[in-house]
Write a protein that binds this ligand. Structure first.
Ligand SMILES: [Zn+2]
Length: 553
């Protein structure tokens, strides 16, 4: 390829009859102008032309990038969910420099392998999704769509409220609906989680679920039980669960829910004799009418039945589900299967999915071996997550990584790209990500820096000290980051993605100098910056809020 002079102006041609031209103009303009000095025009002469086209041909959600006869490129798809990843592929593989924009040489056709390419936004504890300005979240949703994410899922966590009409409940519903509306605008699908036996703080004492262990096969108490969940085996329990569920479904009706998850544990569950073992008994008895209620209100909606933490607190839940689904159920469309940490559940690996249902995963990208998660800046985990993904890849039709904020942005991109192309190496995705976000000159030095950051990832806070399992080569990582930063266009240097990555390297280096003690102005300044970027000022301490630093040296 001849090396062309970088473009200073780009003409953007929009799809014919697009109902939302501002969406494409704003997205494109922001993407390129945040990375290099370039002007985007809609008419007239320009150094380079990018044409977006919605047209027949190609598979659903796929795209094609080709040279235009009149110069420049055409990015085409038959639908909006394909056009965004097509534009993303072009943007992510283009080059941005102080001189301007150098268009991607990528040409070809691409089709996603997995149908469900979701993300779950945990919107709680004053984390980023809970408190960030909605405009920031809307931009972020669009940026995820460029990587191929096609579904956003949220959870209206009832236990915080006394009922749906609690003003705080209404505020949360409005926020979750706005997040889902942002997903809709980006051509995505929407999804919500319901705990199967979820209850408000005001749930009637007499109908509450049991969470105790040591009886009816329960050897451990279900993790994270809120103690306000309802028992569907109590007279009136099922009716109240369904009534509250219908109220919630109607509250989400204006934005619409393409998927409904029905969730067993963490939180939720009932360990009483009539419900045990929950996953193969009480859970299924309440999940079926919940699914039918949802399908009545949303006839095209898909039900995802979760198996999260089956066989953790009692035994025989996976095998019981296998028996219950010998005849495939007509009320569930997918099973969700995964586990915290390193292991995919054994049962579906050995026996396949009960009922032959397609599986989706729920990979943990946020909290893994780090507390407070997000408190130290970015947490790139390519090697770990690739190993996790390889276990599940042959079984799943996609999934929903569990996300607590923006600090694991890179980990989200890994899964978005694996759901698109399951055999894509993490290293290749990392190069595309660092090229786009940090510049072509960053790609090679950041390979080494990301590996060091991942190696030094595991840590926890004990009192005034951070216990890191390793800080080996942290000085080298910090040098690499500084070297990359010196070459970076000023606009990119200010981006939150770069700041979060650079802060992580800096914090690790400073921790090595203090022996892990949370002391000194440098650490205080770095944690304050992480807090500011994450909007974590009021986030749950010890879980999501960066550590407190004593400034006395
Ligand atoms: Zn019960």
């Amino acid at each position: 390829m001849p090396i062309a002079t970088p473009a200073k102006t780009i003409r953007l041609i929009l799809p014919d009859h697009t109902p939302d031209p501002a969406f494409w103009i704003d997205l494109f303009r922001r993407a390129v102008s945040e990375r290099c000095p370039v002007q985007v025009v809609l008419d007239g002469e320009a150094d380079f032309t990018v044409e977006l086209a919605l047209q027949e041909g190609g598979g659903p959600e796929g795209f094609a990038i080709a040279d235009r006869a009149a110069g420049g490129v055409q990015i085409a798809s038959r639908d909006r969910p394909g056009l965004l990843p097509g534009l993303g592929k072009f943007l992510h593989t283009s080059t941005y420099s102080r001189e301007g924009f150098s268009a991607s040489a990528w040409r070809g056709v691409s089709q996603p392998q997995c149908k469900v390419r979701g993300i779950y936004f945990a919107t709680h504890f004053h984390n980023w999704y809970h408190v960030a300005p909605l405009a920031e979240i809307e931009q972020y949703v669009q940026e995820l769509a460029l990587w191929g994410v096609n579904t956003v899922s949220v959870w209206f966590d009832m236990h915080h409220f006394d009922g749906l009409h609690d003003p705080q409940a209404q505020a949360m519903l409005a926020r979750l609906s706005a997040i889902l509306q942002a997903a809709r605008r980006a051509g995505m699908q929407t999804s919500a989680t319901f705990l199967a036996n979820e209850g408000y703080a005001s749930s009637p004492q007499a109908l509450r679920a049991d969470w105790s262990a040591g009886h009816d096969g329960y050897h451990h108490e279900p993790l994270g039980h809120y103690h306000v969940e309802l028992c569907p085996s109590q007279p009136g329990g099922t009716e109240l669960i369904l009534r509250w569920a219908e109220e919630k479904l109607l509250a989400f009706a204006p934005v619409g829910l393409d998927y409904l998850w029905i969730w067993p544990y963490d939180q939720g569950g009932c360990t009483c004799a009539r419900c045990a073992p929950w996953g193969a008994n009480g859970f299924l008895r309440i999940a079926e009418p919940l699914a039918r209620l949802y399908r009545r209100l949303v006839p095209q909606g898909k039900v995802i039945l979760s198996t999260w933490y089956f066989d953790h607190f009692t035994d025989g839940e996976w095998s019981g589900l296998g028996l219950a689904f010998q005849q495939p159920p007509d009320w569930a469309d997918y099973l969700l299967a995964d586990d915290y940490g390193d292991q995919f559940p054994a049962y579906p690996l050995q026996h396949g999915a009960p009922g032959g249902l397609p599986l989706v995963n729920f990979p943990e990208i946020s909290m893994y071996r780090c507390g407070p998660w997000g408190g130290f800046g970015a947490n790139p985990l390519p090697r770990h997550l690739e190993a996790v993904w390889r276990q599940a890849a042959r079984l799943v039709s996609g999934g929903f990584p569990y996300s607590e904020g923006i600090f694991e942005d890179f980990n989200k991109v890994l899964f978005a790209q694996w759901f698109w192309q399951p055999d894509r190496p993490a290293s290749e995705i990392a190069d595309e990500y660092t090229n786009y976000e940090f510049g072509a000159a960053a790609v090679i030095p950041l390979r080494e820096a990301l590996a060091i950051l991942e190696q030094n990832h595991p840590r926890r806070v004990e009192g005034e000290r951070v216990i890191c399992e390793s800080l080996q080569d942290c000085e080298r990582a910090w040098q690499l980051i500084q070297q990359v930063e010196a070459e970076m266009p000023p606009a990119q240097r200010q981006s939150w993605r770069w700041q979060m990555l650079a802060l992580r390297a800096r914090i690790d280096f400073e921790l090595s100098r203090t022996g892990g003690w949370l002391r000194g102005a440098a650490l205080q300044e770095a944690f304050a910056a992480v807090t500011r970027l994450s909007h974590a000022e009021n986030a749950l301490p010890e879980a999501l809020r960066p550590p407190v630093v004593n400034v006395v040296e």
